[in-house]
Design a protein around this ligand. Structure first.
Ligand SMILES: Nc1ncnc2c1ncn2[C@@H]1O[C@H](COP(=O)(O)OP(=O)(O)OP(=O)(O)O)[C@@H](O)[C@H]1O
Ligand SMILES: [Mg+2]
Ligand SMILES: [Zn+2]
Length: 515
């Protein structure tokens, strides 16, 4: 036997097989059991919630040989014929493909003739909103004065497109979206009937994606079973749905950790290419921050992903609390943003900008080849920088220089000198010959005045020119910066995720220090 898709195989044949829609079912059942029959019913509601299904069940209720009933027997000739789609008095019309007035006329031509098999002729007009105006008019005539033996069942996803004249002649029932919980339960039931092994989170994910449509849920289940070769697991479902696994979202956290706007935007751009559900990404982020926060306070307390554990120590607990809050608000406001991607970007930018204790730096326009062009914030922790500083030789001059409160060119000149000798009334500074052009009377006077101000007594300042290699404060600083840069570069290059990024984007690392 050929494979029958689940949605068809599991089309409910009785009211009690329907999932949800209790409100509609109760009203219909009561009316049927009290034989209060209307001549035209209209089922509205989004796709795959049971409109057509309900129309067919209703046809059985009208025509079951036992009686007009809310519980058709399912075994009489009429019931069986309707289930098999072979009942001569059930006219199913797909209005979407038969919109023309000729089609409607042809359909309604023999309305007047008595049913050939059953009690009632049932006209099930699906996608009724697709009929042309002429068709509506033709239909309206029959709806106004329908023969006793005729029942109309209209179904539409878009009742606003039906003329008021039609609407007013139908008994209208609105079918609701089916809740994710109801869908999950139904999928579980079907899986067990079909002996399909399954993971509940996978079914829940399918149910969520189906967005209220049982047909969509069942089609997705078909796909998941085919993909998983007979079993349904979360990983396959994520793949099928293109949903965001943690692996896709980690790069966002990494970009945040190194406070790299370029990298962050490139990551978002990569995500966006897959047209993801940004609401879902935010949810995923929120749950990751939650896990990080737990990991920071109670390491190894919960079963936390190893990748999360690694990234957890790159954030302070304050960062995590703040990011969590920002993500939460971002998720709340996402429906208000002009586009989900825009809302998502703003949320991520907010995280970048409001990192506690860090002044936001302006990030340059992103460039795909340089996702790591601004990793200065990823310098080694403070203690390490201090190590570097204290390890270098600091002279008395270097301590004294800032205390002189020099500025501008005078400071620059002094910083390019070394302190050769200092006595009670004379200071000798040395300037290398290649800096001699900086030297002038005015600047030398300002430096002298600074010394006098600082030591509070008169003294003479002499600047001698030398060709010797001098270890000036400027030189020392340059040297230290270079060392810091090497330390930073080394630690960045050691990071396995950076290595991965380099591989992934064919990136180069450019480390620079903040002034
Ligand atoms: N309420 C429900 N309970 C159980 N299964 C349902 C329900 N609604 C839909 N289904 C499943 O989805 C399939 C399609 O349902 P149906 O054709 O009734 O949807 P519809 O509302 O007419 O959708 P459309 O607007 O796309 O025509 C059914 O065969 C059934 O398997
Ligand atoms: Mg339908
Ligand atoms: Zn029957």
């Amino acid at each position: 036997m050929s494979y029958q898709v689940l949605a068809r195989k599991w089309r409910p044949r009785r009211f009690q097989d329907m999932v949800g829609q209790e409100h509609v079912l109760r009203m219909l059942a009561n009316a049927l059991d009290q034989k209060r029959l209307h001549h035209a019913y209209l089922f509205t509601g989004t796709r795959g919630v049971g409109k057509t299904t309900l129309g067919r069940i209703l046809a059985k209720c009208f025509n079951c040989e036992t009686d007009v009933t809310s519980t058709p027997c399912g075994i009489c000739h009429s019931c069986k014929a309707i289930d098999a789609g072979q009942f001569l008095d059930l006219y199913e019309v797909d209005a979407a493909s038969r919109t023309k007035v000729e089609d409607t006329r042809e359909l309604l031509d023999n309305v007047l003739y008595a049913p050939s098999q059953g009690r009632y002729k049932v006209y099930l007009i699906d996608e009724a909103h697709m009929l042309s105006n002429h068709s509506f008019n033709a239909l309206l005539k029959t709806l106004e004065e329908p023969p006793e033996h005729v029942k109309f069942v209209l179904a539409t996803t878009d009742p606003k497109r039906l003329p008021a004249t039609i609407l007013s002649r139908c008994l209208q029932f609105h079918l609701k979206k089916i809740t994710p919980g109801q869908i999950t339960q139904h999928l579980q039931h079907i899986c067990s009937e079909e002996t399909v092994t399954n993971e509940i989170p996978a079914l829940e994910q399918l149910a969520k994606s189906a967005d209220g449509s049982m047909r969509d849920a069942l089609s997705l289940l078909d796909q998941a079973i085919a993909y998983g070769q007979g079993s349904v697991n979360k990983k396959d479902v994520d793949t099928i749905l293109g949903s965001m696994a943690q692996d896709d979202i980690l790069p966002l956290l990494q970009a945040l950790a190194i406070q790299d706007g370029n990298h962050l935007f490139n990551t978002i751009a990569l995500l966006a290419e897959r047209a993801p559900d940004f609401q879902q990404i935010l949810e995923e982020l929120i749950s990751m921050f939650h896990q990080i926060a737990i990991n920071q306070i109670v390491p190894n307390a919960v079963n936390i992903d190893s990748s999360i554990a690694i990234i957890a120590n790159q954030f302070t607990p304050e960062d995590v609390q703040l990011y969590y809050q920002i993500a939460l608000l971002g998720k709340r406001d996402l429906p208000l943003t002009p586009s989900p991607q825009q809302g998502f970007e703003m949320t991520m930018l907010r995280m970048l900008a409001f990192k506690p204790n860090v002044t936001a730096t302006r990030t340059p326009i992103m460039s795909a080849e340089r996702p790591l062009s601004k990793p200065e914030k990823s310098l080694p922790p403070k203690e390490k920088i201090v190590d570097v500083l204290t390890a270098t030789h600091t002279t008395e001059w270097r301590d004294l220089l800032p205390k002189l409160e020099l500025s501008g060119m005078a400071y620059a000149l002094a910083a390019n000198c070394t302190l050769e000798t200092i006595t009670e009334n004379k200071v000798v500074l040395a300037l290398s010959a290649n800096h001699q052009p900086m030297l002038n009377q005015k600047l030398q006077e300002r430096i002298s005045e600074a010394f006098v101000r600082h030591f509070k007594h008169a003294l003479q300042v002499e600047i001698i020119i030398t060709t010797a290699e001098l270890s000036t404060p400027v030189k020392q600083q340059q040297h230290e910066k270079k060392q810091q840069l090497e330390v930073a570069t080394h630690s960045i290059m050691q990071d396995p995720r950076v290595k991965q990024l380099i591989d992934m984007y064919d990136a180069t690392v450019e480390v620079s220090l903040l002034a």
